[in-house]
Design a protein around this ligand. Structure first.
Ligand code: ADP
Length: 500
């Protein structure tokens, strides 16, 4: 049966491939980590050839382990670390520099200059973003400015730019397709998210020849086919490459958040929150960014996006720096060994606070301590502190969107914590839905590919595929939740502007 799809999940630390069946069940998985390159403080790079090699090896291995025949595979979908920037020579296929990773801060001075020139409002209007070194635009400029002969070559039309999605598709199709889906384009700071076109003014401003840029495409369509003669992938030649979406949006669709008002939060080291805002690109009043989430069959869906800088990392901190826990998972038993937080609040502003507080100078704080406070209260305060930050972020999103949040779907390593999920629901006053199948990001990409390949017929099919593991609903009295949340804000005030 031609009913399987393969997802390539090209992340920041590893390349993975997962074969899914038509019920959305992962059949086989292969994963290869790869090295991070830190040439200077604040700089982060990857070797694009190593990305390719690990990704292709994972694809070949997942396929082999599945014992399927190539004709069983209806298509391949891609999800990727976003913003990471690769520039390569169109003729040789070789990168002219390492991939500059999303975390890399080297282009902060270029961003400061753009800000000083007053480009911020224009960037916001067209791209939905804030000027930041995170996004690809200034990284491309850096490569053109700093690699010998790059600018001349780019102007002669000999160089191509791509995010990792684009790099993988170009290589998989033997150089035939130079494309990037709208969700990835949205993270370049060069893309007009309403017109769905590259923005000429921003390309000019950064000195980026438009001939380098991939063709913007919807997330679910046949971009090309696996080329013959790719070492290790010979047996997969001819399979359509037909889905592509950046990692966060992939998790949003993989969680089945296909309706306006549905949100997902990933509880990892930090939290990444996306709210589906339907066919409207909402402009945020609280410093959140707006991107295309996906575009299917001519229908474009937008999302508001925000993050909590330190979430699971506060549990790691209790474990590794303070020695209060042996393992992260011990946190739950310790936190529930006391009936409440005993008045203790932990604000994990280790690196400042993001939306909606936007305070780079805030620092972590534990407040409300009394002689009776125990380590259990601190563990509980750490977990509650994560939930409060997610609540603040989602409140801001609701306000921007002008519509209520209907449900929060959760994933990520820390979402296994039942106490934290229950508390999240109590504070948020909304249902929290945790799925059975946790590979939500990879499944998002597989689903988009499966839609283009005819494995599934309609976006709404995802509702039949996704199953909840557990739904948490508010148990705490509303007045109590409100009082706790207000006290949390007083704790945040104590942590605010500490370093100023
Ligand atoms: P990332 O992808 O960001 O590395 P993961 O999704 O793997 O993160 O999640 C790991 C994070 O979740 C760590 O910060 C860890 O401290 C936290 N974590 C893991 N298990 C639990 C738990 N049971 N309760 C709370 N936090 C947890």
């Amino acid at each position: 049966m031609n009913g399987y799809v393969v997802a390539l999940d090209q992340g920041t630390t590893s390349s993975r491939a997962i074969v899914f069946d038509a019920k959305g069940v992962p059949v086989t998985i292969a994963q290869y980590p790869f090295p991070q390159i830190y040439p200077k403080p604040g700089w982060v790079e990857h070797d694009p050839m190593v990305i390719l090699e690990t990704q292709f090896r994972a694809l070949a291995e997942a396929f082999e382990k599945s014992e399927l025949s190539p004709t069983d595979i209806a298509g391949i979908g891609i999800t990727n670390q976003r913003e990471t920037t690769i520039v390569w020579d169109k003729n040789t296929g070789k990168p002219i520099y390492n991939a500059i990773v999303w975390q890399c801060r080297r282009t902060a001075p270029i961003c400061d200059k753009l800000e000083a020139e007053g480009v911020g409002d224009y960037v916001r209007d067209r791209t939905g973003l804030l000027i930041d070194a995170y996004f690809s635009g200034t990284k491309i400029k850096w490569i053109l400015d700093n690699v010998d002969g790059a600018r001349e070559k780019a102007e002669r039309g000999e160089l191509l730019f791509g995010n990792v999605d684009s790099w993988l598709i170009w290589n998989l199709t033997g150089g035939k397709a130079h494309v990037s889906d709208y969700s990835n384009c949205s993270r370049t700071m060069l893309f007009d998210i309403n017109e769905l076109k590259w923005d000429k003014t921003l390309c000019n401003k950064l000195g980026i020849p438009m001939s380098m840029l991939p063709t913007p495409v919807p997330s679910s369509m046949v971009f090309g086919k696996v080329a013959p003669g790719i070492t290790g992938l010979e047996m997969l030649a001819g399979i359509p490459v037909c889905g592509s979406v950046g990692d966060q949006a992939a998790a949003l669709i993989g969680q089945g958040c296909i309706e306006k008002g549905q949100a997902k939060n990933t509880y990892g080291t930090g939290c990444f929150t996306l709210l589906n805002t339907g066919d409207q690109s909402v402009r945020s009043a609280s410093g959140l960014v707006t991107s295309v989430a996906w575009s299917i069959g001519g229908k474009t869906t937008y999302a508001l996006e925000g993050s909590v800088f330190n979430a699971g990392s506060s549990i790691q901190w209790l474990r590794d720096e303070i020695g209060l826990l042996g393992t992260s998972s011990e946190c739950e038993a310790l936190a529930t060994s006391v009936p409440d937080n005993g008045g203790v609040y932990l604000v994990s502003a280790f690196t400042g606070l993001g939306a909606p507080h936007w305070d780079m100078y805030a620092r972590g704080a534990i407040v409300g301590l009394t002689r009776g406070s125990t380590k259990a209260h601190i563990a509980r305060a750490a977990l509650e502190g994560i939930a409060y930050q997610v609540k603040d972020l989602l409140d801001a999103m609701e306000q921007d969107a002008g519509e209520p949040l209907s449900v929060l779907r959760v994933d990520g390593g820390a979402s296994v914590n039942n106490f934290m999920m229950q508390f999240q629901s109590d504070i948020l006053r909304k249902p929290i839905d945790r799925p059975k199948m946790v590979e939500t990001t990879a499944f998002g990409a597989a689903f988009l590919a499966g839609l283009a390949a005819g494995v599934w017929n309609d976006v709404s099919d995802i509702a039949d595929i996704r199953e909840s593991d557990r739904v948490f609903t508010p148990q705490m009295f509303e007045g109590e939740a409100k009082a706790l949340h207000e006290k949390w804000h007083r704790a945040v005030e104590r942590a605010a502007k500490w370093e100023e």
